[in-house]
Design a protein around this ligand. Structure first.
Ligand SMILES: *Cc1c(COP(=O)(O)O)cnc(C)c1O
Length: 400
């Protein structure tokens, strides 16, 4: 594998994102297998994690649907070949107009506030709507990525159910699904199952449901010692509970999930070249041809991406601070033990499939990286590296 990665870096240049379709398929199959006792299962891949059109086509070929958070993601999905019925739209804080435009395309909409719900229901009582509930469950310790708790801007609070029901009754609208997404860092299965119970309780208020969407929040390990959501155990427990619920509800509903990270994080690596090895009085910096313009998660969330020196895998280990080349503090790793680094070496950042390229920018007027998909052993370029024309593309030069 590392030989192939080095070849990709030399053929297509650095920095570069590389994804492996086999890992994505494997994660997708793990999830569907874990819930195989549920007759109607629907996986909607969360596009925002990694939105390259070739990745979307891969998900289509696996039988997946998609979860989208903007009309542009919906359009990308349609362009990738998804039928509108295979798309769910779960925005937050967008305009009524955008929601109406998406609904017109035949895409399932999911509304997460009472104001828009009332307006939409009044104007379009016949269009089925899913509602996003906030079960107020704390998921994980990092408040940046826990979206179910009391201060969160996401979802309609379970404490507002009476008002919600009144709006639904007054507008005579059709609620066909209920949804929760408790954040990207569910600590354990019990928390997830607890939130699910709240969702089941809520579901009883609605007679015409077609599906219950449990969102995501599945954990994948980033560094040694991290826990991974035990998807198999969750599958066993939640499937049984879901099937029991359907019996008491009197109808076989669809169980939906919308994972991003779980499906793509581990499929991706980020390759960057070391420009400078700089010894200071306190540390040794390895400075790569990248920065938070290409990979911001370590600085934004404090996430730890494992770093491997592909060029010298057997070298003796030393401690490095791995930093970028932009004019800003852009520390990827502090005091990290890595095989000895020389200038020109290629470093490989793991878990770079989710929320990495999609958060890249042109800060410092740098080009965003290229992307490669390894599929059936072959490397396919799925996004060209940008060039100077891309930097200027929408800029308007006025005469001064
Ligand atoms: C981002 C998002 C997801 C995916 O979350 P992961 O932690 O990547 O699995 C799912 N649903 C909604 C509504 C989202 O906004």
């Amino acid at each position: 594998m590392s030989k192939q990665l080095l070849k990709i870096a030399s053929d297509f240049g650095s920095p570069i994102y590389v994804y492996d379709s086999a890992i994505i398929s494997n994660q997708y199959n793990r999830l569907t297998n874990a819930f195989s006792s549920v007759n109607k299962l629907r996986i909607n891949y969360a596009v925002k994690a990694l939105s390259n059109i070739s990745i979307l086509k891969l998900f289509k070929s696996l039988g997946s649907g998609i979860d989208t958070v903007s009309i542009q993601e919906v359009q990308l999905g349609i362009k990738a070949g998804f039928e509108p019925e295979k798309i769910i739209y779960t925005p937050n804080g967008v305009s009524l107009e955008e929601i109406e435009s998406v609904a017109k395309l035949g895409v399932q909409i999911n509304i997460d506030n009472l104001s828009i719900l009332e307006q939409f229901g009044t104007k379009h009582p016949n269009i089925p709507v899913c509602i996003r509930i906030n079960p107020h469950v704390m998921a994980g310790g990092n408040t940046n990525i826990s979206v179910g708790h009391i201060d969160s801007k996401f979802g309609i609070s379970i404490h507002q159910i009476p008002l919600l029901l009144r709006i639904v009754e007054n507008t005579n609208m059709n609620i066909n699904g209920i949804h929760m997404h408790t954040g990207s860092d569910i600590l354990d299965i019990d928390v997830f199952l607890y939130a699910s119970e709240i969702l089941f309780e809520t579901a009883k208020h609605f007679e015409d449901l077609e599906f219950i969407d449990f969102g995501s929040g599945f954990k994948v390990p980033y560094k040694e010692g991290d826990i991974e959501t035990n998807i198999e155990e969750l599958g066993k427990k939640l499937s049984k509970r879901f099937n029991d619920f359907c019996k008491s509800y009197g109808k076989e509903l669809t169980l939906a999930f919308e994972p991003g990270k779980f499906l793509v994080s581990e499929s991706g690596v980020f390759l960057a070249k070391v420009n400078v090895v700089k010894q200071t009085t306190s540390t040794v910096f390895a400075q790569i041809d990248s920065g938070f313009n290409h990979l911001i998660r370590p600085m934004l969330y404090g996430s730890q991406h494992e770093i491997i020196n592909l060029s010298n895998p057997k070298g003796r280990e030393r401690f490095y601070s791995v930093v970028g080349y932009i004019c800003e503090t852009d520390t990827f790793a502090n005091n990290r033990r890595i095989n000895e680094i020389k200038e020109g070496d290629i470093l490989c950042f793991k878990n770079a499939g989710a929320y990495c390229f999609t958060m890249a920018s042109n800060y410092n007027s740098r080009y965003r990286p290229a992307e490669v998909l390894i599929h059936k052993g072959k490397s396919h370029l799925i996004r060209k590296r940008e060039n100077f024309d891309d930097i200027l593309q929408n800029q308007v030069e006025i005469s001064l």
